[in-house]
Design a protein around this ligand. Structure first.
Ligand code: PEP
Length: 254
């Protein structure tokens, strides 16, 4: 039995007062709701603010949107996994498609970040997914296999224990066009099979989230699929009512 997980990626949005207001609204919406695991990933400057609030009350966990591939040292502008752990983060999103596309993160860099995050005591959330061009060329499985295998290659057979994978088709992110539940399930099953071929134990417990235009209205059907264990939510995570609706949709879905 895999416990559903819903993560909100706030991306590079908000100011201190907006972050306070969003977190307060989330606490109101989700007070005493603990049926699914919930995590928010604010921008770095607001991690401490959310962590202080989180300690006071809520059952909402904390994650980072990125992590350095290096541990502490002379790496100007970088933030290490150890620092994020120290700030109260439990999770770190690794290899989001925006980082792959806009910041040239290759599969090899993403694998290094995954392992650094894990070694620092964070749960790495590996984002994988194909572009529209890959999909049109029938290369979805090939692209995703390469993204997953790069992590095995660097981290060894047991690297996916204590990890999360998020399937995020690039064409579905921020477009309002989510994958259909059947389409997403097919890729999730492929990801689990790819991990199972190397580590069946990890595959059985691995949580695989779907991300890409999830809303409260389409979440239930997506989360009802056998291999979809929750969601990684972008735009809708900035609206407390919508995010809470998505969390409720994950309740009892698996
Ligand atoms: C994302 O960027 O991880 C994401 C899933 O975005 P959205 O929900 O806005 O499509």
């Amino acid at each position: 039995m895999r416990r559903s997980l819903v993560m909100g990626n706030w991306k590079m949005n908000g100011r201190r007062d907006q972050v306070q207001a969003l977190f307060t609204a989330l606490e109101d919406q989700l007070a005493s709701f603990s049926a699914v695991e919930m995590v928010v990933c604010p921008p770095y400057p607001f991690l401490a603010l959310v962590h202080d609030r989180q300690r006071e009350t809520s059952g909402i966990g904390l994650g980072a949107q990125n992590v350095s591939m290096y541990s502490d040292g002379a790496y100007t502008g970088e933030v290490s996994g150890e620092m994020l752990r120290d700030m109260g983060c439990e999770f770190a999103i690794i290899g989001h498609s925006e980082r792959r596309l806009l910041f040239s993160e290759t599969n090899e860099v993403v694998a290094k970040k995954f392992i650094r995050a894990r070694d620092a005591g964070l749960v790495p959330v590996l984002c994988v997914g194909e572009s529209a061009a890959d999909r049109d060329a029938n290369r979805t499985e090939e692209v995703i296999a390469a993204q997953v295998l790069a992590v095995f290659q660097d981290g060894g057979r047991e690297v996916f224990r204590q990890a999360v994978v998020a399937y995020e088709p690039v064409w579905a992110i921020g477009t309002g066009r989510a994958a259909s539940p059947a389409e997403a399930q097919k890729v999730h099953a492929f990801i689990r099979k790819t991990v199972a071929a190397r580590d069946p134990e990890a595959a059985a417990t691995l949580r695989i989230l779907y991300g890409g235009s999830v809303k409260a209205q389409n979440a239930r059907e997506l989360f009802a699929q056998d291999d979809i264990d929750g969601g990684l939510i972008g735009g809708a995570a900035l609206n407390a009512v919508e995010f809470a609706g998505i969390c409720r949709a994950a309740c009892g879905a698996n």
